[in-house]
Ligand binder design. Structure first.
Ligand SMILES: [Zn+2]
Length: 321
């Protein structure tokens, strides 16, 4: 025993005292130069949910928030140690396997998004799905980053077997010719895009209202303001609840901390603020896990009250379901 301990001490002294550097002359490991596929499974009772990332868009911070000084916006970002000039806005869709039915909530950017987006289909397939398996696509609202994945630039939809559900108020607004013609010039492209995506299936879409169980386990929640018919969802199975927040916030680092701020995309700012507070309060009082479309991947966590504001506590990665 005595001898063994002495020789170990001697070895340690040799290692610490050596000035030789490791020899890397035979190193061969190539760089990855690419990220691994972005999907994350989690359970909501018996429902298996999968978050699928569609990458991100980068936007200049200046002008992004309508009712706050840039210096104050930067101060909030610095609390999360985030860059001060540009904001990365992530895209995360949710797939729900409910009793063998594959339900997709929003479809990502397809081939029409920012250069850093467009990985959705590769990630969806890497998660073990194929688009022909999708039974139902539910749309939260009609902004391009949520609907363009449904119909590619070629006009083809990858979801050949899927039924489609849309919020009735959203449909009435965007498909109305009067709204289109009266809209400001800057919004005409968004109107045209909604028609590009939905015109070929306009006789098949199923319209849904707020506050209804639209399929077993998914109840729509009115979260109007971001767009006229913008919806969030309560997904439940047994005693388990999970709130899909959709675009209740356009980046959690900003609008969970400061729900009274309004993003340039909120079409009715006051209504969006009211909806945001309602949804954040609901997440706190229900103690439910939440997901956001625009949050750092995998975009799930819990909302806690933090004085007069809120904070998002990300869900830790779990190796088991
Ligand atoms: Zn969005």
């Amino acid at each position: 025993m005595q001898i063994a301990r002495r020789s170990l001490i001697g070895l340690a002294a040799t290692m610490v005292g050596s000035s030789a550097l490791p020899n890397f002359s035979k190193a061969k490991a190539p760089l990855s130069n690419a990220q691994n596929a972005g999907f994350y499974h989690y359970k909501i009772g018996d429902i298996e949910a999968t978050a699928i990332t569609d990458g991100f868009a980068e936007r200049p911070l200046a002008g992004f928030i309508k009712n706050a000084e840039l210096v104050d916006v930067k101060a909030v970002l610095s609390q999360s140690a985030m860059p001060q000039e540009t904001l990365r806005i992530p895209f995360t869709t949710t797939v729900l396997n409910i009793g063998g039915q594959l339900v997709l909530i929003d479809t990502g950017n397809g081939d029409m998004g920012s250069p850093k987006s467009g990985s959705w289909m590769a990630n969806f397939k890497a998660a073990g799905f194929n688009p022909e398996q999708v039974d139902l696509v539910i749309f939260s609202h009609f902004h391009g980053d949520h609907i363009n994945g449904y119909r590619l630039q070629s006009g083809v939809s990858p979801f050949k077997n899927a039924q489609i559900m849309v919020p009735s108020i959203e449909w009435a607004f965007w498909m109305d010719d009067g709204q289109f013609s009266r809209s400001p010039e800057g919004m005409k492209g968004a109107f045209a895009n909604v028609r590009r995506v939905f015109d070929p299936v306009k006789d098949k879409v199923i319209q849904y209202e707020a506050g209804k169980e639209i399929v077993p386990g998914i109840t729509s929640i009115a979260a109007f303001g971001h767009t006229p018919g913008h919806m969030a969802y309560m997904v439940s199975s047994g005693s388990n609840k999970h709130i899909l927040m959709s675009d209740t916030t356009n980046h959690t680092a900003l609008f969970v901390r400061r729900p009274e701020w309004t993003v340039i995309f909120d079409m009715d700012a006051e209504q969006a603020i009211t909806s945001r507070r309602k949804m954040l309060d609901m997440a706190v009082s229900d103690g439910a896990e939440v997901s956001f479309y625009h949050a750092p991947f995998p975009a799930t966590g819990r909302i806690v009250k933090d004085g007069s504001t809120y904070a998002l506590v990300p869900t830790p990665w779990s190796t088991v379901l």
